[in-house]
Design a binder for this molecule. Structure first.
Ligand SMILES: [Zn+2]
Length: 283
């Protein structure tokens, strides 16, 4: 949180510009307080190349202060809460809406791949869901799993992120270029937004594999080789990811159901989960 004003030792509101250009800056910066009346938080003037005002590290805002909610701690807590309350169905149903983003000029119907094991799959998934939520309620005291709400997850394009988005979760879509495998618990997906030529990457690490879905490495390796063998492929990916690194635009997908794959085949859009993609293309 950056501030554009502060209070001085006499409780006068002074602007950031005033502080920055003050010829008494060295003294002034030691007495800066939160602009909210009566709030006890101290502010720090950070003399970076582009200076700014932030909450002093050893200081916190009074309970009535509106800046209280902007703290980093609060954001992390929010994020944890968000992760546990997103269940498989709500993630998939939102990612299903990416068709028009990827193929805006298309009128053809989307076909879902026929799945013989649909009923079986469904049972399996709900068991996994139950397991996941059980784990979540142990890990997070703040979440009430009985009361799963579907929080709003902002949708952004690769070129629209700000450095302050770090640590937050988003939904986005991009072209899937290639996959690099480090080991069975670490993969990196290279992605690109062709419209604005932005590149990024998606990291899958331990957390992604935490549900121990059977055959997941087989399916990921298959997708990796499919991209290699078909360099002119047009596989798009819609996913839920947490922005880990702003400079490399690296996102982490936090759980195995965090993405869906889109392809155009014979004039039709096909959307698949990883498992569906595998069974569609594997001969
Ligand atoms: Zn305050």
């Amino acid at each position: 949180m950056e501030f554009d004003k502060a209070r001085d030792s006499s409780n006068n509101i002074i602007s950031f510009k005033y502080i920055k250009t003050s010829n008494n800056l060295d003294k002034l910066r030691k007495e800066l307080k939160c602009p909210t009346k009566n709030c006890q938080a101290r502010l720090s003037y950070v003399a970076a190349r582009k200076p700014y005002l932030k909450t002093h590290n050893k200081s916190s805002h009074s309970s009535f202060c509106p800046y209280k909610k902007q703290g980093v701690k609060y954001r992390n807590k929010q994020r944890k809460k968000l992760l546990v309350s997103l269940n498989e169905n709500s993630v998939y149903s939102r990612l299903d809406r990416y068709k028009n983003d990827f193929y805006p000029n298309l009128k053809a119907k989307t076909i879902k791949q026929k799945n013989n094991n649909k009923r079986k799959q469904k049972t399996k998934n709900s068991v996994q869901n139950a397991k996941l939520q059980g784990v979540a309620s142990v890990n997070s005291k703040t979440s009430v799993t009985k009361n799963v709400i579907s929080p709003r997850v902002s949708k952004k394009h690769l070129n629209e992120f700000l450095s302050t988005d770090k640590g937050k979760i988003f939904q986005l879509g991009a072209k899937l270029k290639k996959i690099i495998k480090y080991n069975n618990k670490k993969y990196i997906f290279k992605i690109e937004d062709p419209k604005n030529r932005c590149n990024g990457e998606i990291l899958l690490k331990k957390r992604f594999f935490s549900r121990n879905v059977q055959g997941i490495n087989l399916q990921l390796d298959f997708l990796m080789n499919y991209l290699k063998k078909n360099p002119n492929n047009n596989v798009n990916i819609a996913f839920y990811g947490t922005l880990l690194n702003f400079n490399s635009m690296q996102f982490e997908i936090f759980v195995d159901y965090g993405f869906k794959l889109y392809e155009m085949r014979k004039g039709r859009v096909i959307k698949n989960t990883l498992a569906e993609f595998y069974s569609l293309h594997f001969h």
